[in-house]
Design a binder for this molecule. Structure first.
Ligand SMILES: NC(=O)c1ccc[n+]([C@@H]2O[C@H](COP(=O)([O-])OP(=O)(O)OC[C@H]3O[C@@H](n4cnc5c(N)ncnc54)[C@H](O)[C@@H]3O)[C@@H](O)[C@H]2O)c1
Length: 324
């Protein structure tokens, strides 16, 4: 039975990927997570409950300090989703947490893999934030990364560590640069979940800036399929790929689509733009198509419809998480 290690398994993307791996009865999964309190931990515990299976083992542990070697025994592949997300909170004193969760944790995992008898391939979760404000769009993997937030700097450092351990320590790594991930289960601090909760509750939604910021939204099931393709494609080793949904839509336009789908008007209040937020994201995913045979399957309206249904079905828990 192939066994996989998923770090950050209690998180939004990690839990979705774990569920997909477990859907194949041939697979077993070890899920590792430190259950950080970046957002309501009850949401993470509920995700873990939903994953309960004789083929799923959960380990509550912090990668930056734990003994990872024992967990790697018999593991065929590692999906590294653990990390401290969020652009805006990465300034100031909390940067230490970003360094620990995104850089130190990744380096320790890579060391443990390099020391393993049969080193498994590692799929690293990078981010479009490594690009900063690019000179042209859509950005390609060969464009110069120039992050404009401390979060982006730590995600880029993790990516460089993966390439370094691949070239100098001979292990197999693939880095995937995700562009704004959405869909059922999205984190409660992210814009669509917050917007939908506020709309369905008749409450005000705060927009950072004028709402003209453009995002390349990517559905979580497309992120999952990119991870699986990165694991199963032999020629992907040592490479970095954009994983982008292909929508170039402003936040205001996305809000308008959501209003139409929900049949409810949003009550918007504009705040000053947030430090570290890029004006635009947009990625070319030609390399992912060529090498991984990956392309996005879920368009924005379809994904928003599904996320809206999920928010409506979980409104009390999500309201509690947002108002915490
Ligand atoms: N959601 C997005 O739009 C997006 C975009 C680009 C990249 N990413 C990356 O994808 C990954 C998953 O993001 P998400 O949205 O699911 O976030 P999430 O916060 O829901 O999940 C991350 C999980 O990692 C765990 N974790 C953090 N540090 C850890 C450590 N040191 N040891 C063990 N567990 C630890 C947290 O407790 C959390 O449950 C992150 O690495 C993030 O940087 C996300």
């Amino acid at each position: 039975m192939p066994k996989f290690l998923v770090t950050g398994a209690a998180g939004f993307i990690g839990s979705t990927l774990t569920a997909q791996l477990l859907a194949d009865e041939a697979n077993a999964v070890i899920g590792l997570d430190r259950l950080s309190d970046y957002y309501d931990v009850r949401i993470k515990r509920a995700r873990l409950e939903a994953l309960a299976s004789s083929r799923f083992t959960f380990v509550e542990s912090d990668l930056s300090v734990s003994n990872i070697a024992t967990l790697l025994h018999g593991v065929a592949g590692v999906f590294h989703l653990a990390g401290q997300p969020g652009v805006r909170p990465s300034w100031g004193d909390s940067f230490l947490t970003y360094v620990s969760d995104n850089v130190v944790a990744t380096q320790r995992l890579l060391e443990a893999i390099a020391a393993a008898d049969a080193p498994p391939r590692l799929i690293y979760s990078s981010s479009s934030s490594i690009y900063g404000d690019a000179e042209k769009y859509p950005v390609s993997e060969s464009d110069l990364p120039r992050p404009i937030s401390p979060y982006g700097v730590t995600k880029l450092a993790g990516e460089h560590l993966c390439s370094l351990y691949a070239s100098k320590r001979g292990i197999e790594t693939v880095s995937l640069r995700y562009f704004t991930v959405f869909g059922a289960g999205q984190r409660p601090d992210m814009a669509f979940t917050r917007l939908m909760v506020k709309m369905l509750s008749g409450e005000e939604f705060f927009v950072n800036g004028d709402g003209s910021q453009i995002r390349d939204f990517t559905h979580v099931t497309d992120i999952v399929s990119a991870n699986l393709a990165a694991y199963y494609t032999a020629g992907a080793s040592g490479r970095v790929f954009n994983v982008s949904g292909g929508s170039s839509v402003s936040l205001l336009e996305a809000i308008r689509i959501t209003e139409e789908l929900a049949g409810v008007d949003a009550r918007l209040t504009h705040l000053p733009g947030a430090l570290g937020d890029v004006a635009r994201t947009g990625g070319a995913s030609d390399d992912a198509l060529d090498v991984l045979s990956w392309k996005p399957r879920v368009d924005l309206p379809t994904g928003l419809t599904e996320q809206l249904a999920w928010v409506a079905a979980n409104l009390p828990e999500l309201r509690r998480a947002i108002n915490n």
